[in-house]
Design a protein around this ligand. Structure first.
Ligand code: DGL
Length: 280
C-alpha cells in the first residue's frame, strides 16, 4: 500500500547546477518520482569554503526542501556530502539522507584491480578526506591518491569542456599521477579514477586523453541513483507508477543563468519560467 509519505517528492540540492549530473541519473533510474532540485548558485563554489560554512549552507538548503515536504534528501554536491552529511542527519533525523561520496567510493572499490585509486575533487573535499575514509572503510589496503582540481569547476561552468584549454589543464593536474615518467615517484599507477565533483563528468573526454586507455573512470551519479532507488524500495517509499515524475527547480540567484547552465548539465532544456528564485 502506498503511504502518504511515498507521494512526496525527493529533495536534492547542490551548490549550483553541477548536481544535475546526479538528477539526470536519478530521472533515468526512478522516472516516476517527483524531484525538487535546489541549486545554491548565489554561494557557489562550496569547494573552496571552510567545513563550518559548507555545513551551515547545506543545512539551510535542506531546511528549504524539508519545509516544502520531501520524503528523502539527496546531497548531490560532493563537497557538501564530504563535509556536512553528519550535520544534515542530525538536523533531520526523520529523513533519509543520501550523499554521493559513499556510492562513488563503493563503485571505485568494485572497479579497481590493482588496489590503487585516484580521487579528484574540490579542495575542501580532498582536504576533508571523506573519499579516502569511505574507500578505506570498504577496502583498508587500498592506495589512494587524492588531488584537488578546482579549475575544472570553472571550465565546466563556462562550457569549456573540450579542446586545447581543458586538455592542457587536465594534463597539468593528472599527468603527474598517471605518467610515472614525470618523476612523482608513484609506485603504482592508479587503474581507477573517481570524479569526485559534480562538474567533472562534463570534462570526462579531456580527462580520458590524459589517463590510460584502461583506466576506469568512476562517476558517482549512476551509483547514487541506484542507492536512492534501493533506499526507496527498502523504506516502502516508492511513488506509484502512474506516469512521469515532475521536477521543480529552485535557485538562490539568477534564474536565467540557472536555466542556461542547468540545461547544459542536464542535457535537456530547462526554461527560466520553470525556475523559482528562493532566499535562504
Ligand atoms: N558541487 C561541488 C562538488 O561537487 C562543485 C562546485 C563547488 O565547488 O561548489 O564538489
Amino acid at each position: 500500500m502506498t503511504t502518504q509519505k511515498a507521494k512526496l517528492p525527493i529533495g536534492m540540492f547542490d551548490s549550483g547546477v553541477g548536481g544535475m549530473t546526479v538528477l539526470k541519473a536519478l530521472r533515468q533510474r526512478t522516472p516516476c518520482e517527483d524531484v525538487i532540485y535546489l541549486g545554491d548558485t548565489a554561494r557557489l563554489p562550496y569547494g573552496t569554503k571552510s567545513p563550518q560554512t559548507i555545513s551551515r549552507y547545506a543545512v539551510q538548503c535542506a531546511a528549504e526542501l524539508v519545509r516544502r515536504g520531501i520524503k528523502l534528501l539527496v546531497v548531490a554536491c560532493n563537497t557538501a556530502s564530504a563535509v556536512a552529511l553528519a550535520s544534515l542527519r542530525e538536523a533531520y533525523p526523520d529523513i533519509p539522507v543520501i550523499g554521493v561520496v559513499g556510492p562513488g567510493a563503493r563503485a571505485a572499490c568494485n572497479a579497481t584491480q590493482n588496489g590503487t585509486i585516484a580521487v579528484i575533487a574540490t579542495e575542501s573535499t580532498i582536504a576533508g578526506g571523506a573519499y579516502q575514509h569511505a574507500i578505506h572503510t570498504i577496502a583498508p589496503e587500498t592506495r589512494i591518491i587524492g588531488h584537488p582540481c578546482p579549475l575544472f569547476v570553472s571550465l565546466a561552468e563556462e562550457g569549456w569542456v573540450d579542446g586545447d584549454i581543458p586538455e592542457a589543464v587536465a594534463a597539468r593536474y593528472l599527468s603527474p599521477i598517471f605518467n610515472p615518467a614525470s618523476g612523482t615517484g608513484n609506485p603504482v599507477v592508479p587503474d581507477t579514477l573517481v570524479l569526485g565533483c559534480t562538474h567533472f563528468p562534463l570534462l570526462a573526454p579531456a580527462i580520458r586523453n590524459v589517463v590510460n586507455s584502461s583506466t576506469v573512470i568512476v562517476d558517482s551519479a549512476a551509483t547514487t541513483a541506484d542507492t536512492v532507488h534501493a533506499e526507496l524500495v527498502r523504506l516502502n517509499l516508492q511513488r506509484p507508477k502512474n506516469g512521469c515524475g515532475t521536477t521543480e527547480y529552485l535557485t538562490t540567484d539568477d534564474a536565467a543563468r540557472f536555466a542556461r547552465t542547468g540545461t547544459r548539465f542536464l542535457g535537456t532544456p530547462i526554461t527560466e519560467r520553470e525556475v523559482e528564485l528562493v532566499d535562504l
